[in-house]
Design a protein around this ligand. Structure first.
Ligand code: NCD
Length: 316
């Protein structure tokens, strides 16, 4: 049995097979509508989320499976003091696979150690968000036709943004990738993330000036300031509008730039950017459903009806 806790849990080759499966689903979703018949997904969300939880639920329903779960910690037994270890032991008796979001870093990993069913990390604190990473990679690959030789700009809250940390980890495995890290000084990427880039010899620069670096970028990954993880309200109010992407700021950008955002958007991208063909953030949402379908199928060992095979083997 395999889990997905960290963006590097799957090898590069496995990741590619998963992306290929997600692309096949994208091109013909109806062909997959009965693949997970009689299977159950539990969504255990200890932190507010609409998008990610509904994306998992939609993915399972589109595979013909069923879903059960709770949308926030207040309505779960966690409010009575139950541990994550106990919860997952119970859920293992109710469902075939579980997706867990938790405000504490490492909670999904801990759950996986006690689980009899595959556990998917749907975001743990400021740490990582591997399914967002997979759908980001799917979107990048569909837009650019490749994952190597890309200059990727991350802009906004690079300190607390878990989607940023996970995508840096995952993209670091591809040749010719460079990172441009654009943030206020207070919201720079944590030193452990920088250390990992240095250890692997990955080129990166840090800057506060989005427009100055815009012409170099192949990908621009905008993020919101993570109010719930920030130090205090005063700093949040001061920093929240540090970067607002507008059509004017895109003037120097490449014609084939792809603009990504994990959403929810607060104020980081003005609405008039949405009509720009370079805006890829709503594609990400759609791709997320197909990517999660591919992931659920693979972790459950379900065959792709198109190829008659699993994307990769999760047993033994
Ligand atoms: C992201 C998250 O939860 O980390 N959102 C998401 O998964 N759709 C980004 C965010 O909340 O800013």
């Amino acid at each position: 049995m395999r889990h997905l806790i960290d963006p590097l849990d799957f090898t590069k080759e496995e990741t590619q097979k998963l992306l290929d499966l997600a692309d096949r689903i994208h091109d013909d979703p109806e062909a997959y509508q009965d693949v997970a018949d009689h299977k159950r997904l539990a969504t255990l969300f200890y932190e507010p989320s609409t998008r990610t939880r509904l994306s998992f639920e939609s993915a399972m329903l589109r595979l013909g499976g069923k879903v059960l779960g709770f949308p926030d910690a207040g309505v779960s037994s966690a409010s009575k003091g139950e541990t994550v270890a106990d919860t997952i032991r119970i859920i293992s008796c109710y469902a075939d696979i579980a997706a867990m979001r938790h405000p504490k870093e490492g909670a999904p990993l801990r759950a996986s150690l006690y689980s009899k069913i595959p556990v998917i990390n749907a975001g743990d604190g400021g740490h990582s968000h591997p399914t967002q990473t997979l759908l980001d990679m799917m979107t990048i690959r569909r837009r650019k036709g490749r994952l190597d030789n890309l200059t990727i700009g991350f802009c906004g809250d690079l300190k607390f943004g878990r989607t940023v940390h996970s995508l840096i980890d995952a993209m670091s495995r591809y040749l010719g990738v460079k990172f441009v890290l654009i943030s206020p000084d207070e919201l720079k990427v944590p030193s452990y993330v920088k250390q990992k880039m240095r250890d692997q010899g990955i080129p990166y620069i840090q800057t506060t000036d989005l427009e100055a670096v815009m012409p170099e970028l192949d990908i621009l990954y905008m993020t919101r300031v993570q109010r719930e993880r920030s130090f205090n309200e005063e700093d949040y109010l001061r920093l929240k509008d540090s970067y607002i992407l507008t059509p004017e700021k895109l003037a120097g950008a490449k014609q084939d730039l792809a603009i990504l955002h994990p959403l929810p958007r607060v104020n980081e991208i003005t609405l008039d950017v949405d009509d720009d063909p370079r805006a890829a953030y709503f594609d990400q949402v759609q791709n997320g459903v197909y990517m999660r379908m591919a992931l659920i199928m693979t972790l459950l060992g379900l065959k792709d009806p198109k190829t008659g095979e699993v994307a990769f083997n999760v047993e033994g």
